[in-house]
Design a protein around this ligand. Structure first.
Ligand code: NI
Length: 168
Protein backbone atom coordinates (compact mmCIF):
# COMPACT_ATOMS: atom_id res chain seq x y z
CA UNK A 1 0.00 0.00 0.00
CA UNK A 2 1.17 3.52 -0.63
CA UNK A 3 0.24 7.04 0.32
CA UNK A 4 -0.03 9.17 -2.79
CA UNK A 5 0.82 12.90 -2.94
CA UNK A 6 -2.26 15.12 -3.40
CA UNK A 7 -2.20 17.99 -5.92
CA UNK A 8 -3.25 21.37 -4.52
CA UNK A 9 -5.12 24.28 -6.12
CA UNK A 10 -4.15 26.13 -8.31
CA UNK A 11 -2.10 23.26 -9.82
CA UNK A 12 -3.15 23.17 -13.50
CA UNK A 13 -3.15 19.36 -13.51
CA UNK A 14 -6.34 19.53 -11.41
CA UNK A 15 -8.02 20.92 -14.56
CA UNK A 16 -7.49 17.70 -16.54
CA UNK A 17 -10.64 15.86 -17.66
CA UNK A 18 -10.27 12.21 -16.63
CA UNK A 19 -10.75 9.30 -19.06
CA UNK A 20 -13.07 6.34 -18.47
CA UNK A 21 -11.64 3.17 -16.94
CA UNK A 22 -11.65 0.33 -19.48
CA UNK A 23 -9.77 -2.42 -17.62
CA UNK A 24 -10.94 -3.73 -14.26
CA UNK A 25 -7.75 -5.52 -13.31
CA UNK A 26 -5.38 -5.92 -10.35
CA UNK A 27 -3.61 -2.65 -11.21
CA UNK A 28 -6.93 -0.81 -10.86
CA UNK A 29 -7.73 -2.56 -7.58
CA UNK A 30 -4.30 -1.67 -6.15
CA UNK A 31 -4.85 1.96 -7.17
CA UNK A 32 -8.25 1.95 -5.43
CA UNK A 33 -6.65 0.55 -2.24
CA UNK A 34 -3.94 3.23 -2.36
CA UNK A 35 -6.55 5.95 -2.92
CA UNK A 36 -8.55 4.75 0.10
CA UNK A 37 -5.43 4.66 2.26
CA UNK A 38 -4.49 8.17 1.10
CA UNK A 39 -8.03 9.47 1.78
CA UNK A 40 -8.17 7.96 5.30
CA UNK A 41 -4.68 9.20 6.12
CA UNK A 42 -5.36 12.80 5.00
CA UNK A 43 -8.04 12.55 6.55
CA UNK A 44 -10.83 13.19 4.06
CA UNK A 45 -14.28 11.86 3.16
CA UNK A 46 -13.64 11.62 -0.59
CA UNK A 47 -10.84 11.48 -3.12
CA UNK A 48 -10.88 11.55 -6.91
CA UNK A 49 -8.02 10.05 -8.95
CA UNK A 50 -7.46 13.49 -10.53
CA UNK A 51 -6.24 14.72 -7.13
CA UNK A 52 -3.38 12.20 -7.15
CA UNK A 53 -2.51 13.04 -10.77
CA UNK A 54 -4.10 9.89 -12.22
CA UNK A 55 -6.54 11.01 -14.89
CA UNK A 56 -8.99 8.12 -14.82
CA UNK A 57 -12.64 8.24 -13.71
CA UNK A 58 -12.21 6.76 -10.22
CA UNK A 59 -13.64 8.13 -6.95
CA UNK A 60 -13.44 6.79 -3.39
CA UNK A 61 -15.71 8.03 -0.61
CA UNK A 62 -16.42 7.23 3.04
CA UNK A 63 -18.93 9.50 4.77
CA UNK A 64 -19.47 7.16 7.74
CA UNK A 65 -18.67 8.28 11.31
CA UNK A 66 -16.51 5.22 11.99
CA UNK A 67 -14.66 5.44 8.67
CA UNK A 68 -15.44 1.81 7.95
CA UNK A 69 -17.76 2.09 4.91
CA UNK A 70 -15.56 2.72 1.87
CA UNK A 71 -17.44 3.25 -1.38
CA UNK A 72 -15.86 3.06 -4.83
CA UNK A 73 -17.34 4.76 -7.90
CA UNK A 74 -15.75 4.00 -11.25
CA UNK A 75 -16.98 5.78 -14.40
CA UNK A 76 -19.75 7.46 -12.35
CA UNK A 77 -22.69 9.17 -14.06
CA UNK A 78 -25.26 11.34 -12.35
CA UNK A 79 -28.91 12.13 -13.13
CA UNK A 80 -30.76 14.85 -11.23
CA UNK A 81 -34.05 13.51 -9.80
CA UNK A 82 -35.72 16.85 -9.03
CA UNK A 83 -34.97 20.52 -8.62
CA UNK A 84 -34.39 20.51 -4.87
CA UNK A 85 -31.04 21.77 -3.62
CA UNK A 86 -29.03 21.58 -0.44
CA UNK A 87 -25.99 23.40 0.84
CA UNK A 88 -22.90 22.31 2.72
CA UNK A 89 -19.72 24.01 3.85
CA UNK A 90 -17.42 22.14 1.50
CA UNK A 91 -13.73 21.57 1.88
CA UNK A 92 -11.28 19.65 -0.29
CA UNK A 93 -7.95 17.91 0.22
CA UNK A 94 -6.74 19.90 -2.81
CA UNK A 95 -7.80 23.19 -1.20
CA UNK A 96 -6.50 22.57 2.33
CA UNK A 97 -7.69 24.82 5.13
CA UNK A 98 -10.60 26.47 3.31
CA UNK A 99 -14.33 25.85 3.61
CA UNK A 100 -17.08 27.60 1.66
CA UNK A 101 -20.82 27.08 1.28
CA UNK A 102 -21.79 25.41 -2.00
CA UNK A 103 -25.35 24.83 -3.22
CA UNK A 104 -25.91 21.65 -5.21
CA UNK A 105 -28.80 19.44 -6.32
CA UNK A 106 -30.06 17.44 -3.32
CA UNK A 107 -31.46 14.34 -5.02
CA UNK A 108 -29.48 12.44 -7.59
CA UNK A 109 -29.19 9.00 -9.11
CA UNK A 110 -25.67 7.64 -9.55
CA UNK A 111 -24.71 4.86 -11.92
CA UNK A 112 -21.19 3.51 -11.56
CA UNK A 113 -19.04 0.38 -11.43
CA UNK A 114 -17.17 -1.04 -8.45
CA UNK A 115 -13.52 -2.13 -8.61
CA UNK A 116 -14.61 -5.59 -9.81
CA UNK A 117 -16.39 -4.09 -12.81
CA UNK A 118 -19.89 -4.72 -11.42
CA UNK A 119 -22.46 -2.03 -12.27
CA UNK A 120 -24.60 -0.53 -9.52
CA UNK A 121 -27.10 2.29 -9.04
CA UNK A 122 -27.60 4.45 -5.94
CA UNK A 123 -30.01 7.23 -5.02
CA UNK A 124 -28.10 9.03 -2.28
CA UNK A 125 -29.14 12.22 -0.55
CA UNK A 126 -27.59 14.44 2.11
CA UNK A 127 -23.83 14.48 2.52
CA UNK A 128 -23.22 11.50 0.23
CA UNK A 129 -25.07 13.17 -2.67
CA UNK A 130 -23.01 16.33 -2.20
CA UNK A 131 -19.76 14.39 -1.86
CA UNK A 132 -20.34 12.39 -5.05
CA UNK A 133 -21.02 15.60 -7.01
CA UNK A 134 -17.90 17.24 -5.54
CA UNK A 135 -15.76 14.25 -6.57
CA UNK A 136 -17.34 13.98 -10.03
CA UNK A 137 -16.45 17.65 -10.52
CA UNK A 138 -12.79 16.70 -9.94
CA UNK A 139 -12.99 14.12 -12.75
CA UNK A 140 -14.20 16.93 -15.02
CA UNK A 141 -11.38 19.27 -13.99
CA UNK A 142 -13.56 21.31 -11.66
CA UNK A 143 -13.10 22.28 -8.01
CA UNK A 144 -15.56 23.45 -5.37
CA UNK A 145 -13.95 26.91 -5.53
CA UNK A 146 -15.41 27.21 -9.06
CA UNK A 147 -18.85 27.35 -7.40
CA UNK A 148 -18.02 30.38 -5.21
CA UNK A 149 -17.40 34.03 -6.04
CA UNK A 150 -14.37 35.12 -8.06
CA UNK A 151 -13.39 37.33 -5.12
CA UNK A 152 -13.28 34.40 -2.69
CA UNK A 153 -11.59 32.11 -5.22
CA UNK A 154 -8.84 34.66 -5.91
CA UNK A 155 -8.22 35.13 -2.19
CA UNK A 156 -7.90 31.38 -1.61
CA UNK A 157 -5.64 31.07 -4.64
CA UNK A 158 -3.20 33.72 -3.43
CA UNK A 159 -3.10 32.30 0.10
CA UNK A 160 -2.32 28.81 -1.21
CA UNK A 161 0.29 30.15 -3.65
CA UNK A 162 2.03 31.83 -0.71
CA UNK A 163 1.90 28.57 1.25
CA UNK A 164 3.37 26.60 -1.69
CA UNK A 165 6.22 29.12 -2.07
CA UNK A 166 7.01 28.87 1.63
CA UNK A 167 7.14 25.05 1.36
CA UNK A 168 9.74 25.09 -1.46
NI1 NI B 1 -12.18 17.75 -3.45
Amino acid sequence: MALLPILEFPDPRLRTVAKPVTQFDDTLRQLVRDMLETMYDAPGIGLAATQINVHKRIVVIDVSEEKNQPQVFINPEIDLLDESTCEYDEGCLSVPGFFETVIRPAKIRVKAFNEKGEAFTLEPDGLLATCIQHELDHLNGKLFVDHISLFKRTRIRSKLEKKHKAEK
